[in-house]
Design a protein around this ligand. Structure first.
Ligand code: PHE
Length: 443
């Protein structure tokens, strides 16, 4: 094993000072849960693909096996991320070296897909893939998760025929949406003040901007309506309170809000009211000229929209899966439920094993980024940590040294950990803290 090299999917990369991808992360590359038959992430992907294909006479191109190793240029520069954007920081992103990283979003492939579009004679595509982000450890965050990206583009020929084609698709979607009797949608327009981040792009007309926004929003409303409808229907028919056998389907409440993404303008987010709160479901917007230019379109000939949706998040919400680690489980008690039933249903949690907490307190000469601590814990414990949090920190005014205390909640998904197991694991974490950060453990 040469520690100056990183091997991912049979390609070898030279490490640099920027490299921070760990073995634990590399182990997850290639699992492809989004393509695993009967897996909840795969099921959600299929439902969304079907909804989207129903909006158009031509099915969207599906890119489902693009490599997660992309260049910094693909992931950030080509999409107009400012140099100081926080997403680029080493504390948030897994860098392979000075050129490559593990994609932090499926948007990393937008420009190359716009390029391919030119020879494929198809203006719509969907990408589903694993994405990677350094983050905290809890029941809803995992450093690897899945996204679906979608986009549709039209040439800006300004012809009546072009507008009519788009309008016909919108009308069909509206018709589909009107068959749902329990939808409530609160919309928001784009900002009509020029210079605002959410105004139309200057080269586009008002007519183009509003027809595309309408096409994009109706497409995504259909996606969300189809997903939640399936969930409400299936949960209702298995519910005991349903005395008369009537289907009592709750209202599906959505709203549009303004958003910001460097490569779309104007940008929006769709939220759904679920379990008493508004949840962000999907970001989207009209593709900025910059992205089409970077794909090789000269002049301002193209217009279109793009969206990105988190598949794990949707799977957890819709199946009621309580812990994100379960998605990675190979335990039959998890997998068999999805083989036995199709569509969306309520997941039945199997016996969960005890959570055992241990605190670790230490002195540091320098400050350690929260995500760096989390990474050390993940690397050492893998899926045996349920969550982890900073419980206390202070600086000694005399020495300037910093003291931090973290609580690690240990839990194995498949078996009970003993006290001895946990003590041993915890010692391992302390050892790594000393080795990697020069920490002085406090007793
Ligand atoms: N990539 C964005 C994210 O990860 C989502 C997005 C995709 C937004 C496409 C706009 C257009 O949050």
């Amino acid at each position: 094993v040469n520690s100056n090299k990183i091997n991912i999917l049979n390609n070898v990369y030279n490490k640099t000072d920027l490299s921070n991808v760990t073995n634990n992360i590399i182990k997850h590359v290639g699992r492809n849960l989004h393509l695993q038959k009967n897996h909840p992430i795969n099921n959600i992907r299929e439902i969304i693909e079907k909804s989207i294909d129903s909006t158009s006479s031509k099915p969207f191109i599906k890119y489902n096996d693009l490599t997660p190793v992309v260049s910094i240029k693909q992931n950030f520069d080509d999409l107009g991320f400012p140099k100081n954007h926080p997403g680029r920081s080493k504390s948030d992103t897994y860098y392979i070296n000075d050129t490559y990283l593990l994609r932090t979003h499926t948007s990393a492939h937008e420009v190359e897909c716009f390029q391919k579009m030119q020879t494929l004679q198809n203006n719509g595509y969907l990408i589903s893939a694993d994405v990677y982000r350094r983050d905290e450890i809890d029941k809803s965050h995992y450093p690897v998760f899945y996204q679906m990206e979608g986009s549709k583009t039209w040439s800006r020929d300004n012809s009546k025929e072009n507008f009519n084609k788009i309008q016909t698709e919108i009308d069909n979607m509206k018709k589909q949406l009107s068959t749902f009797q329990n939808l409530s949608i609160e919309d928001v327009d784009y900002t009509h003040e020029p210079e605002s981040v959410n105004c139309k792009q200057s080269h586009m007309t008002d007519e183009e901007t509003s027809i595309l926004i309408s096409h994009m929003k109706r497409t995504l409303e259909l996606v969300v309506a189809n997903l939640f409808m399936q969930r409400y229907k299936n949960y209702a028919s298995s519910s005991k309170n349903n005395k008369k056998g009537e289907e009592v389907i709750p209202e599906i409440k959505m709203r549009w809000i303004e958003a910001y993404f460097p490569w779309t303008q104007p940008s929006f987010e769709i939220e759904v009211f679920f379990n008493g709160e508004w949840l962000e479901i999907c970001g989207c917007g009209l593709v900025r000229e910059l992205a089409y230019k970077n794909a090789g379109f000269t002049k301002e000939t193209q217009m279109g929209w793009a969206f990105g949706i988190g598949l794990d998040r949707m799977a957890m919400l819709l199946y009621d899966i309580p812990d994100i680690r379960l998605l990675w489980s190979t335990d039959e008690r998890f997998l068999k439920q999805f083989r036995e039933k199709e569509g969306i249903f309520k997941f039945k949690p199997f016996s969960t094993h005890a959570v055992m907490s241990r605190d670790v307190s230490f002195w540091l000469n320098t400050s350690v980024h929260l995500n760096d601590f989390m990474e050390l814990v993940r690397e050492e414990l893998g899926d045996m940590v349920e969550s982890c949090s900073l419980v206390d920190e202070f600086v000694n005014p005399k020495t300037g040294r910093k003291s931090q205390c973290f609580r690690i909640n240990y839990q194995h998904l498949d078996r009970n950990l003993t006290n001895e197991d946990v003590n041993e694991l915890h010692k391992g974490v302390e050892k790594k803290l000393i080795e990697q950060f020069g920490a002085e453990i406090r007793n």
